[in-house]
Design a protein around this ligand. Structure first.
Ligand code: HEM
Length: 525
């Protein structure tokens, strides 16, 4: 008996290495499977197209661009799954469900999910856009005072002076192209630079290269490079791609790659460090300036920081730089895209241009500058034109959120940590709310028309929704309308023959025209 037990044990022992290898392989496979399919498990009941392992639906996105979400909504209904690499998103493409996500269930869904391009960039991560929970609410409340209508109204003369400077040397009545994107990006950067930091980048000045502006020029070039690098596709830097496919490896690889010269990660890190140190310099100068007053946003934050203990803890120098930088980013590309879209669309629609010119001419002499109140009350058609332009080319077709706890949306119970994104671009092109959606028709925003009255109140949300909606909405509308009034008081525009048809877009963190908007200016008589 004893011999047979010993034989059995020795027999078993001879299999032990094999058994333990099998266990290791099984455990590894289970680990890999749960890593890849774990995020999917909680949302598996939400419908969606079959996903390719690792890349998910990214190839579909590369093929269709943001139109993909309209295609998927048609096929799968108002709540569907989209896999950004390994990460499943629950996409909500219905106005009432957006109200649920953005407003009614804000307590359960208060933050944005952080995509891999942002994880790779500490500078971007510390802005209001990505911070979370109580840090976000305290910071937002402090910053909000800068966006009160009374403060904004005071910014009109400053905005006007940059608009005038930027338009000073417009080539007129000849065959020279104006790249509207470039022009409006410089102007919008100057405006936000002044409003946010009290700093004049001087980009709108003609021949700005002449006087010691190399540093500023390089700052802005780096800023544009850093923003363009925030891509959400497979042409991004290697660590960002890893973040989409194998997030666990993103940070270790970023740490290695940022030290290897000439990789995209190295260039991105170098650019961000440069930007950071220049921003820190601006912040330190402001901190030391006892006469800084409260005209710009940076001064407001620093004043709050010095007067409240809570703010001192939150507004550490790195967060101040993060928020300052975010303003530069959020306040320039979005505004310049909207301005360029509006001029492009108006130029292609003579009946809209005629009606707009009538309204602008009725306001008064050509050099009369509207106040913030005038812009509110005396330009109803301009308001409709801007709204329709922002519907037609929506700057940010997707708006991100993440659940902080289990929550039900559209009949699906979503676990904590689910990425829920609102497809506001799909809403803006939904024929249910916008009949004939591919038609540029500002009249659809006439408050007295049936289409407007019947529309769901949250079908049109280009600035997002709820407590996390865009903080700069009123600021940017003021700037956009002021610029359009100034331009159309003096000029009309026509498309340049050098403009591509159909238009091509870049899908970065915000939408952009791939080759800019090229127009020619004609002076009004
Ligand atoms: C045409 C111009 C603009 C458009 C279309 C736009 C659009 C948006 C959208 C869609 C969001 C996300 C909202 C949400 O999640 O519900 C957002 C957030 C934000 N925007 Fe804008 N934006 C514009 C201009 C600006 C400007 C000029 C600034 C700053 C001066 C700005 C600063 C911000 C900030 C800080 C947030 C994050 C707010 C928070 O999480 O509390 N935006 N914007």
């Amino acid at each position: 008996m004893e011999t047979s037990i010993t034989t059995l044990i020795s027999h078993f022992a001879s299999f032990l290495p094999l058994t333990s290898s099998i266990f290791t392989i099984l455990a590894l496979s289970a680990g890999v499977l749960s890593y890849f399919y774990g995020p999917l498990w909680g949302v598996r009941k939400v419908p969606g197209p079959p996903a390719i392992p690792l890349v998910g639906h990214l190839p579909l996105l590369a093929k269709h661009g943001p139109d993909l979400f309209s295609v998927l909504a048609k096929k799968y209904g108002p709540v569907f799954r989209f896999h950004m690499g390994r990460q499943p998103l629950v996409i909500v493409a219905d106005a009432e469900l957006c109200r649920q996500v953005g407003i009614k269930k804000f307590k359960e869904i208060p933050n944005r999910s952080i995509p891999s391009p942002i994880l790779a960039s500490p500078l971007h991560r510390k802005g209001l856009f990505w911070i979370r929970d109580s840090r976000w609410s305290t910071m937002r409340n402090t910053i909000l005072s800068m966006y009160q209508p009374t403060h904004l109204a005071k910014l009109v003369p400053m905005m006007q002076s940059f608009i005038e400077t930027a338009s000073q040397n417009l080539p007129v009545d000849n065959d020279q192209d104006i790249n509207l994107n470039e022009l409006s990006l410089k102007m919008a950067t100057d405006v936000i630079g002044k409003a946010a930091f009290g700093f004049d980048f001087g980009l709108s000045k003609p021949n700005n290269h002449q006087d010691n502006d190399e540093q500023i020029d390089s700052f802005v070039k780096q800023h544009i490079y850093s923003t363009k690098m925030l891509k959400m596709d497979l042409s991004a830097s290697f660590s960002i791609i890893l973040g989409l496919l194998l997030p666990i490896l993103q940070e270790p690889f970023r740490q290695i790659l940022k030290r290897i010269p000439y990789t995209m990660d190295w260039k991105f890190e170098k650019t961000n460090m440069n930007l950071n140190s220049q921003l820190d310099e601006i912040v330190v100068k402001k901190m030391e300036d006892k006469e800084r007053g409260s005209q710009d946003f940076l001064s407001l934050i620093l004043n709050a920081r010095e007067s409240e203990t809570a703010s001192t803890k939150l507004f550490t120098p790195d967060y101040i730089s993060g928020i300052a930088y975010e303003h530069l980013l959020a306040g320039s590309a979005t505004t310049s895209f909207t301005l360029s879209s509006a001029v492009y669309l108006i130029s292609g629609h003579p009946e809209v241009e005629k009606k707009l010119l009538e309204e602008i001419d009725a306001f008064g002499p050509r050099d009369q500058v509207p106040t913030a109140d005038d812009l509110q009350s005396r330009f109803p058609y301009l308001d409709q034109v801007v709204k329709e332009s922002m519907r037609f080319f929506i700057v940010s077709p997707l708006v991100a959120r993440e659940t902080s706890t289990e929550v039900e949306i559209g009949g699906y119970v979503l676990p904590k940590g689910t990425w829920v994104w609102m497809a506001i671009g799909v809403l803006a092109k939904d024929p249910k709310n916008f009949p004939d959606p591919e038609k540029f028709n500002p009249e659809r925003f006439d408050p007295n028309c049936d289409e407007k009255k019947q529309r769901h109140p949250y079908a049109y949300i280009p600035f997002g929704i709820g407590p996390r909606a865009c903080i700069g909405q009123k600021f940017s509308l003021l700037e956009i309308k002021l610029t359009l009034v100034y331009l159309y008081q003096r000029y009309v525009f026509k498309h340049s023959p050098n403009m591509e048809t159909p238009l091509e877009f870049d899908f970065g963190i915000v939408l952009n025209f791939k080759y800019g908007v090229k127009v020619r200016a004609i002076k009004r008589t």
